[in-house]
Design a protein around this ligand. Structure first.
Ligand SMILES: [Zn+2]
Length: 554
């Protein structure tokens, strides 16, 4: 292949379409390295049949990439477009190879919502190497090639002709090997999301078209009938409910779930004292913050939320409308729109030296800020009751080792690289488990603070999604839900009620304990918080409110 290309470039400048063909071969072959690796590793790709399947897949892919490029890459922007394609395909390949992820709309949404500190966590030497090999070297080569000036009309006709031919070849071959390919993609759905550059193109189109359509919708108010059912007579009887929105904590490594390591000693102590219940079978709505958080605070529930194109207010709007004081404290990359209309504070802006370093804060910073931020809320609303959300940094990866202070770390040595696959698996787990230990410390410390308040208080904790720590070659999270492993969707959930709260409501912890093994999900959050905050609205579904059983049992 290389010899005729050299000859051609030495003799004359490239015909633009010929240069596109070279780019097509690069993108279809090197640019799809993770895809070919994945195919190669499949159990069914063995023997002669496997070779023919791979060969026809390769030709189909070349045909499709050629068709796609010939459609829109014209000489005027050939070189920048080629570099953009190299960059897209290389970054997508790098993340697929490094973390075992695939590229779909929700993964892309994750990337788009990522803030600077998270990007910093992902940068590493292997990533730089990938960029050199996949973008810089081929990019420089391509940029330096002379391209022949060709008359527009014949060029357009010829290139569209090549495009059509490439598509026909691809479709013909696909038709001929349909049986093999169909069974391959049926059995291994993730392969579809590994094909560069179509995975990225599909994700971008789906995401931005979807987002634009939703953004154009008017915001719809929900729970316009919301009211507090049992208003308290004195301000010191007004309940204070804290919801700790966990980050990337998976149930599998949560001490209370029966994990071999006791990663939650302080919560266990509270459980032994009888005021805390751990829920062992809770499913997340999504596998990323971007997918889960809006879903958790939506009245729709997972099934309806996913197909929904309308814009609705969130749980926090309903609580506020009922007259309660509401506060969102954020130690993460924002509340994904759910706290836009209630008082909200980001810890990065506060920059408390005791807990923050290099623009990142340990979760305790939120507790440190809590009394001051509560005092700043409307006193008339506080007299009715308060709901606070604390959005944790939790176990956000890949830099797990940054998620716990030295004093907390018990499991050593830790993986202190961002390129997880370079660390021994046990060091990744050590760093992750230390982050759970710190979450245990943070939640228990919040409970102790709530215990010291004279009013009825409660704490509810739920993680937004889980995490893969190298099982089946997967790292991090964000797999499409239908193919996500349990590690990414099985999340821990905890409820603690103060004695004054138990007395005020007439609830016994045993009625919560009775539900601790029930199959629950993020769908229960909206309705349970309404129950906990004693807010009545026709949106409320008592069957999804874990506290309704306790009220009924009174
Ligand atoms: Zn998350």
């Amino acid at each position: 292949m290389t010899a005729p290309i050299k000859l051609l470039s030495a003799r004359s400048a490239w015909h633009p379409t010929a240069l596109l063909v070279v780019l097509t071969v690069w993108l279809g072959t090197v640019g799809n390295f993770p895809f070919w690796m994945a195919i190669w590793k499949l159990p069914e790709t063995e023997g002669f049949r496997a070779l023919t399947t791979m060969a026809s897949l390769w030709l189909i892919l070349l045909g499709l990439v050629g068709w796609f490029l010939c459609l829109w890459v014209w000489p005027r922007w050939l070189k920048p477009a080629a570099v953009a394609m190299l960059l897209t395909v290389t970054s997508s390949s790098y993340f697929m190879l490094t973390y075992g992820v695939v590229i779909d709309p929700s993964m892309l949404a994750n990337v788009v919502q990522t803030d600077v500190r998270e990007v910093r966590d992902l940068l590493s030497w292997p990533m730089l190497m990938a960029l050199v090999v996949g973008v810089i070297l081929p990019g420089i080569w391509l940029w330096r090639q002379p391209v022949r000036a060709v008359n527009a009309k014949p060029l357009i006709l010829r290139q569209l002709g090549v495009s059509l031919l490439a598509l026909l070849v691809a479709l013909g071959l696909f038709w001929m090997s349909f049986q093999d390919i169909a069974s391959l993609t049926r059995n291994h759905k993730h392969l579809r999301y590994m094909i560069n550059p179509f995975n990225s193109v599909y994700a971008v189109t789906r995401l931005f078209v979807g987002q634009a359509a939703q953004a154009a919708q008017p915001l719809q108010a929900i729970g316009d009938d919301a009211k507090v059912v049992a208003p308290v007579s004195t301000a010191d009887q007004a309940p204070l409910v804290v919801f700790v929105l966990g980050e990337t904590a998976r149930a599998a490594n949560f001490g209370l779930s029966g994990y071999a390591r006791d990663t939650t000693p302080q919560l266990r102590k509270l459980q032994t004292q009888g005021d805390l219940t751990y829920f062992s079978d809770v499913k997340s709505c999504g596998t990323s913050t971007q997918a889960s958080v809006p879903c958790m605070f939506s009245h729709l529930g997972k099934a309806a939320h996913e197909g929904n194109q309308q814009r609705f207010e969130s749980l926090l709007d309903v609580l506020q409308r009922a007259g309660l004081a509401v506060l969102w404290l954020d130690n993460q990359s924002g509340c994904k729109g759910v706290c836009d209309r209630v008082p909200n504070v980001s810890t990065t802006a506060l920059n408390v030296p005791e807990f923050c370093k290099d623009g990142e804060c340990l979760d305790e910073v939120m507790l440190h800020e809590l009394p001051k931020q509560l005092a700043a809320l409307d006193p008339a609303k506080r007299a009715k009751g308060t709901v606070v959300v604390m959005h944790q940094m939790g176990s956000h990866g890949p830099a797990y080792y940054k998620r716990s202070p030295d004093a907390i770390k018990q499991f050593l040595p830790e993986c202190s690289s961002h390129a997880l696959q370079n660390c021994p698996p046990e060091q990744i787990v050590n760093a992750y488990d230390n982050s759970i230990l710190y979450a245990d410390h943070f939640i228990a410390k919040t409970v102790h603070w709530l215990q010291a308040q004279s009013r009825p208080t409660a704490l509810m904790y739920m993680s937004d999604h889980g995490e893969s720590l190298g099982e089946k070659g997967l790292y991090l999270h964000g797999m499409p839900y239908s193919m996500a492993p349990k590690e990414q969707t099985h999340v821990p959930m905890v409820v603690w009620l103060s004695k004054p709260m138990q007395r005020q409501r007439g609830w016994s912890m045993s009625c919560l304990q009775a539900q601790s093994g029930k199959a629950l999900s993020h769908d229960n959050l909206f309705h349970s918080v309404l129950g906990l905050a004693q807010v009545q609205t026709r949106l409320a579904k008592p069957e999804l409110d874990i506290f309704s059983a306790c009220s009924a049992a009174r």
